[in-house]
Design a protein around this ligand. Structure first.
Ligand SMILES: Cc1cc2nc3c(=O)[nH]c(=O)nc-3n(C[C@H](O)[C@H](O)[C@H](O)COP(=O)(O)OP(=O)(O)OC[C@H]3O[C@@H](n4cnc5c(N)ncnc54)[C@H](O)[C@@H]3O)c2cc1C
Length: 411
């Protein structure tokens, strides 16, 4: 690798400054480590892939992490609480309702635009004295040997890092460079995302409607508009993307029914092909995978970022404990093992739950629809099942990182 003699030395190099990588850099702020964050796209670029017009439903565990990081006060005014969830099966009789108040919580989650989260994260990154921010710059190659990894960065000096964090998304270069395999399953679905205005503003209800093509989510936004994630088969998605606004609104109205009100206006539409990408392992020598680099999920249950943030919060926790024991080497084998062990059950649980939901509601075999509807009705009648589901917003299983329990890492 060229330029290695002049490489900048860091404890942790984070590759990818999307939602998860940027959150990790903020979480590591109080630890006094030399951290470099390399992000390929400039912050103001319209094409920034992580901080785009998508809306993300932040669970209660995520809200707690952002509170611990001192970011929630900035985000809260632009976050719409989900106070109730309405689940239905298009063209069938089954439905279920969940009320946050019945579970003693203010909301199941908070819907916010990715761009808003991105702006808050980047504003904070600019204030971190020990962070070497390389943006826009791309990591072009990674080589690991013994006690460090060398990263070729274009443009700029190479980095020599004790620990490399792959936060570079589902097509992770770091994952491939470290020899970690991934299982990729194409769902044969495309999510069309748009903001829509209805005759009445949203009332805090999130609608999840399952159709033979895939789920449609209609989420409340802080300004009274609605965030729509409409999943379709690829050819149908192409057709709907090409519709003019009026025809799109009419088609959406038909797919969602009138429950969420009469749709009047739609903003820009974006399309995301959906795959399950799951790394076979989350660690390799000197390397940790977080966020979509570790697992890219279907958005049906709104879990991808929430899970990825718990990866970041757990890694920060493990490193804080490691430093607390007087150790310095952030890429030591015990750090990697501890991280992988603490993330296993949450990661497996959320991935299986999300994938299972896509397949259960996508199964068109005779008899499945009726069984599903009975399941939804039973679910609607069962406080225990509802309580179990409402707990997912706190994290799925395993030990919650300190940041998700409201404990700062600098204290
Ligand atoms: C339609 C849709 C709706 C969703 N809704 C929700 C939701 O409601 N709730 C939820 O929790 N999740 C949701 N998700 C999932 C969530 O968006 C992702 O989990 C999240 O974006 C993952 O963030 P990330 O930082 O891991 O990866 P990414 O967002 O993919 O970011 C990776 C970053 O790495 C950079 N990068 C890549 N390669 C390099 C390189 N070589 N060098 C430097 N930089 C590089 C990229 O520029 C990018 O900024 C949704 C996803 C979709 C598609």
């Amino acid at each position: 690798m060229t330029g290695t003699t002049t490489a900048a030395e860091v404890d942790v190099a984070i590759v990818g400054g999307g939602l998860v990588g940027a959150s990790l850099a903020v979480a590591l702020g109080p630890l006094g480590l030399r951290v470099a964050l390399v992000e390929g796209v400039a912050p103001e670029a319209a094409s920034q892939p992580s901080f785009d017009d998508r809306t993300t439903a932040l669970g209660n565990g995520t809200r707690r992490v952002f509170e611990s990081l001192g970011l929630w006060a900035t985000l809260a005014p632009q976050a719409a609480p989900i106070r109730r969830i309405h689940v239905s099966d298009a063209g069938r009789f089954g439905f279920a309702r969940l009320e946050a108040a019945e579970h003693g919580i203010e909301a199941f989650g908070y819907v916010i635009t990715n761009r808003v989260i991105g702006a808050a994260l980047r504003e904070r990154l600019a204030t971190l004295p020990q962070l070497e921010l390389r943006m826009p710059a791309r990591v072009a190659a990674v080589e690991t040997s013994g006690d460090a990894s060398m990263l070729a960065v274009e443009p700029g000096r190479a980095l020599r890092a004790r620990l490399v964090v792959a936060a570079d998304g589902a097509h992770s270069l770091v994952r491939s460079a470290s020899g970690l395999g991934a299982r990729v399953e194409d769902y044969g679905q495309v999510a069309l995302v748009a903001h829509v205005r209805a005759a009445q503003p949203g009332d805090g209800t999130a609608y999840e409607r399952f159709t033979p093509d895939g789920p449609i989510a209609v989420l409340p936004l802080h300004d009274g508009a609605l965030g729509v994630v409409w999943t379709l088969a690829p050819a149908e998605a192409d057709r709907v993307m090409a519709l003019d606004d009026r025809s799109y609104l009419a088609a959406l109205q038909q797919a969602v029914s009138w429950r969420a009100g009469r749709f009047l206006q739609v903003g820009r539409r974006n399309a995301y092909p959906l795959r399950l990408t799951r790394a076979l392992e989350t660690v390799a020598p000197r390397t940790v995978l977080v966020g979509n680099a570790a697992q890219g999920l279907h958005p049906v249950a709104g879990q991808g970022f929430n899970l990825g943030l718990r990866d970041a919060a757990t890694l920060a926790d493990v490193l804080a404990e490691h430093l607390g024991r007087g150790a310095r080497d952030c890429g030591a084998p015990e750090v990697l093992q501890e991280f992988a062990a603490r993330r296993r059950s949450d990661r497996d649980g959320v991935t299986r739950f999300t994938d299972g939901l896509v397949k259960l509601f996508g199964d068109g075999r005779p008899g499945f629809g009726v069984a599903r509807d009975l399941g939804l009705l039973l679910f609607d009648l069962s406080p225990t099942a509802k309580a179990a589901l409402s707990r997912i917003s706190w994290g799925f299983a395993g030990r919650a990182p300190r940041l998700a329990r409201g404990i700062g890492l600098g204290s």
